[in-house]
Design a protein. Structure first.
Length: 190
C-alpha cells in the first residue's frame, strides 16, 4: 500500500485526508514511530501486516489547505445474489430529480407491506422513479405514468422489461407476480 504523509505548519495529513494536529497524543505517537523508522500501528492495522510504502512531503512552510475531492470511479465488479432475473441499478442524474419524482408521486404506499422501487424510462427520454408496494399491479404503473405525464393519456403505449425484453401485456398481474421488483421498465409507443 502506498501512503503519502504530508507535513504542514499546523499538522499533518495522510494522502488527501483531514488535517491531524501535532498536539494530539495519538498523532504525536504516530509521528514518533515514523521518526524511528517504524511503521505506525495505525498503518499496520490498515494493511493487515502487508507492505507499506510511506512517502513524505514537507509543506511546513504552508498552512494546510483541504484538497479538492477528486472523482474516483469504482473499478471493481458486482455480483448479483438471489433472483434469476437481473436487476438493473442506475442512479438518477441528480438526487433532486429522484426526490422530486417521488414527492410528486400519486401512488399510495402501504408502509406495512413490502415495497419496491421501479424506474420507468419514458419514450420522450425522461425517467421516473417511484416506490410501489409489491402488490400494486402493472396497471398502477401505467396509471402513474399518465398521472405524472398527462401528455401520455391519449398516447397508445406498452410497458416492456429491459432484460430479457418482454412486453407486460397482462396488466392485472402484481409487480411480484410479474417478477419486476426493483427493475427498469421501458415505455414504448405503439
Amino acid at each position: 500500500v502506498q501512503i503519502l504523509l504530508k507535513l504542514w505548519r499546523n499538522g499533518f495529513s495522510l494522502d488527501d485526508g483531514e488535517l491531524r494536529s501535532y498536539s494530539d497524543p495519538t498523532n504525536a505517537q504516530f509521528l514518533e514511530s515514523v521518526k524511528r523508522g517504524e511503521i505506525p500501528v495505525e498503518l499496520q492495522r490498515l494493511v493487515h501486516g502487508g507492505q507499506v510504502n510511506l512517502d513524505m512531503e514537507d509543506h511546513q512552510e504552508q498552512e494546510y489547505v483541504k484538497p479538492r475531492l477528486r472523482f474516483k470511479a469504482f473499478s471493481g465488479e458486482g455480483q448479483k445474489l438471489g433472483s434469476l432475473t437481473p436487476e438493473i441499478v442506475s442512479t438518477p442524474s441528480s438526487p433532486e430529480e429522484e426526490e422530486k419524482s417521488i414527492l410528486n408521486a400519486p401512488v399510495l404506499i402501504d408502509d406495512s407491506m413490502p415495497a419496491t422501487k421501479i424506474q420507468i424510462r419514458l419514450a420522450d427520454g425522461s425517467r421516473l422513479i417511484q416506490r410501489f408496494n409489491q402488490t400494486h399491479r402493472i396497471k398502477d404503473i401505467r396509471d402513474f405514468i399518465i398521472q405524472s405525464r398527462p401528455a401520455f393519456a391519449t398516447t397508445d403505449f406498452v410497458l416492456v422489461t429491459t432484460f430479457p425484453n418482454k412486453e407486460l401485456t397482462d396488466e392485472s398481474l402484481t409487480l411480484r407476480e410479474a417478477d419486476i421488483l426493483n427493475t427498469v421498465i421501458l415505455q414504448q409507443l405503439k
